[in-house]
Design a protein around this ligand. Structure first.
Ligand code: NAP
Length: 316
């Protein structure tokens, strides 16, 4: 195990920030509103240009838990991410709620990982078996379909299959990671404990459907909650920057608040945000995000003004 130097220790335990927590739907668990998305830990020969090595993955995952974050999202098709979670924090399994996914078919090529999603029982069974091994655990807290429609999941008997896993104690809860136009029919099924949905002030189109999903008693995980870092991101997303600029959100930005903090605290202000699984592989960003979460949601008037400005630019 790697030893952390003083500068790599995020916050000494005594100084741990107070990250707000929320009841996670009807699960009975209480989760930190800032969660951790592990897609960035996928490793080499996958996709994207940035690669996190083993030493950094170990440090980062332990920093996440040391800081008090108690929710981690991963997937079988995130390269090395599941293996790294198992290897580096498997021994701390009781400290976090563990969410992974299924329906994932992946092929490792010499230079990249090819990913597909298929809705049949063999794939789902293989995913669960592999995830349990890689994550070094005997139970997944939340197994999410990585997409799929109400029709495709039902037709293949996959909902019954997950209920069966639950009865066997292999998973605790079932969910789906989805978006429009598939969400309303998935919500209508009335079987999911959790929905994972994309949302931020720069991509707010799922605002209402998250409220609809939460009204069924389900918990809501927001992904993309920091809008990939917004205008100050290392990897620039011109379409998101364009929304920021056209809505002139710099005019609303309080003094001494970074744009990333503003975006994250906007997401935390959504009434249905139980947790947002922000991905980062950067120590300073993790610290910034923890401080933002501890500062809490944006004040209601700022949240509303931001919504109005963005709605105006997205409607033209
Ligand atoms: N279909 C699905 O189910 C699905 C799809 C996508 C994602 N996900 C899940 O959701 C998680 C998050 O999704 P995402 O990565 O698309 O969205 P995100 O969390 O909004 O964006 C992550 C990006 O934001 C940057 N970032 C984080 N904090 C920052 C800060 N303070 N300042 C500047 N940049 C910052 C990170 O770069 P640095 O490393 O430089 O900080 C990273 O590139 C994933 O890890 C995965 O678990 C699920």
């Amino acid at each position: 195990m790697i030893k952390l130097s003083a500068s790599q220790k995020l916050f000494p335990r005594a100084m741990k920030l107070n990250i707000p927590t929320r009841p996670f739907g009807r699960t009975g668990f209480e989760v930190t509103q800032l969660g951790y998305g592990s897609m960035g830990l996928r490793g080499p020969r996958t996709w994207g240009v940035r690669v996190v090595d083993e030493a950094k993955a170990e440090i980062l995952l332990n920093q996440v838990l040391d800081a008090g974050i108690n929710f981690i999202d991963t997937s079988p098709d995130y390269g090395l991410a599941e293996e790294r979670i198992g290897r580096y924090i498997g021994h701390r399994r009781s400290e976090f709620f563990l969410a992974t996914k299924c329906g994932c078919v992946y092929t490792q090529h010499a230079d990249h990982l090819e990913i597909d999603h298929q809705w049949n029982q063999d794939v789902v069974a293989r995913n669960l078996e592999t995830s349990l091994q890689r994550l070094r655990t005997d139970r997944i807290d939340l197994l999410q379909f990585h997409g799929g429609t109400a029709v495709s999941l039902q037709a293949a008997g996959l909902i019954d299959q997950l209920l069966n896993f639950r009865n066997q104690g292999l998973i605790r809860f079932m969910g789906v990671s989805s978006k429009l136009p598939d969400l309303p029919a998935l919500i209508q099924l009335g079987v999911f404990d959790v929905f994972q949905i994309p949302y931020s002030c720069l991509a707010p189109e799922h605002h209402q459907v998250m409220i609809d999903a939460a009204e069924t008693g389900a918990a809501i995980i927001i992904r993309g909650g920091i809008a990939q870092g917004g205008p100050d991101a290392v990897i620039q997303r011109p379409a998101l920057n364009d929304v920021w600029n056209r809505a002139e959100l710099d005019q609303l930005l309080p003094k001494e608040m970074s744009r990333a903090e503003f975006i994250l605290r906007f997401t935390l202000a959504h009434p249905s945000c139980d947790t947002t699984i922000v991905g980062t592989c950067n120590h300073d960003h993790l610290e910034e995000n923890l401080r933002a979460a501890a500062a809490g949601p944006l004040p209601p008037d700022l949240y509303q003004q931001t919504q109005e400005r963005v709605a105006r630019v997205l409607s033209v």
